[in-house]
Design a binder for this molecule. Structure first.
Ligand SMILES: [Fe+2]
Ligand SMILES: [Fe+2]
Length: 303
């Protein structure tokens, strides 16, 4: 084993930090639409020099809404995947069963939190912002893949959340405190998920030959390609939402710049930050060095 993660310690940490949806959203806990939601390192609005300060904030908030909605989407495949992983060994290690069910319960709670957030966003923002979906169809497509490929995708997503929060969000004092609080509460539970994902990837790879492991890695890259197609669609949605919310029609040249800058920003946010995460690469390298090298050969396209 690469890192000394255990089901018992992940469960204990999770029980110690547990929070309720009602404690973090609703009542006085409202979004402040005069402030940005996302850090600039993920939103990338500054390179769009033809936008005013206010227009950049509008785009930033559109990106923030898509960010939480896309997490809601991916957690719809993580939830059944974890339950399927837990089910064959319900009579085995008690800590394993409890830690995985706790993980699934937290993802169900996050899905509900993001739906609740979307209600607040739609009420306050004033423009309907389309997001890729539907979640069931995306989950069904991802779950068609090799379980090892799905497990590596989950590992990627949960370490990616760690990186976003620690590197870009935690110390950014410009962000709306309510949006930041949602990200913080999500992050603090995802810490345990990333460790449990590591155990899951190791367990799924344990019985496999190198060729079978590399097949799982190819399926992970295929899932990445599928997500990338979704991101290209999301950029088009964000462009439409931006023009509607700002009541400004961009020129064709401006639209092209918007698409190029925002596709790069989306690829970095959802693909590059996970594919280049040192913990993800360490786990892949521990399976086989070729797995790490294969992902490292592809990741520059998303950075
Ligand atoms: Fe989550
Ligand atoms: Fe998670």
């Amino acid at each position: 084993m690469l890192d000394r993660y255990t089901y018992q310690s992940a469960l204990a940490a999770s029980e110690a930090i547990h929070w309720r949806i009602e404690d973090i959203i609703g009542g006085e806990k409202r979004l402040n639409f005069t402030l940005p939601f996302m850090p600039e390192s993920l939103a990338h609005t500054e390179p769009l020099t033809f936008l005013t300060k206010e227009e950049k904030r509008i785009l930033n908030q559109i990106r923030g809404n898509a960010y939480l909605c896309i997490f809601g989407l991916v957690e719809e495949f993580i939830l059944p995947f974890i339950l399927d992983h837990a089910r064959p060994q319900l009579r085995g290690d008690d800590y394993r069963v409890r830690a995985l069910l706790q993980f699934a319960g937290e993802e169900a709670k996050h899905i509900q939190l993001f739906k609740r957030f979307r209600q607040d966003f739609e009420e306050g923002f004033g423009t309907n912002c389309q997001v890729i979906g539907p979640p069931e169809a995306i989950a069904a497509e991802i779950l068609k893949h090799d379980p090892l490929g799905v497990a590596i995708t989950t590992l990627h997503i949960e370490w990616m959340v760690q990186r976003h929060y620690i590197d870009s969000i935690r110390d950014d004092q410009e962000l709306d405190p309510q949006f930041k609080s949602l990200l913080k509460h999500h992050w603090v539970e995802e810490v345990q998920h990333a460790k449990l994902d590591t155990l899951m990837v190791e367990a799924l790879a344990a019985e496999r030959s190198e060729a079978e492991i590399l097949r799982g890695v190819e399926e992970y890259l295929e899932i990445g390609g599928f997500i990338d197609g979704g991101l290209q669609q999301q950029v088009e949605f964000d462009l439409q939402s931006f023009e509607e919310a700002s009541r400004r029609t961009l020129t064709e040249v401006e639209r092209d710049v918007f698409r190029r800058v925002q596709l790069r920003a989306n690829r970095w946010t959802y693909l590059g930050t996970g594919m280049t995460h040192e913990k993800v690469l360490n786990t892949l390298g521990w399976l086989t060095l070729k797995a790490r090298q294969r992902v490292e050969s592809v990741s520059p396209a998303f950075c």
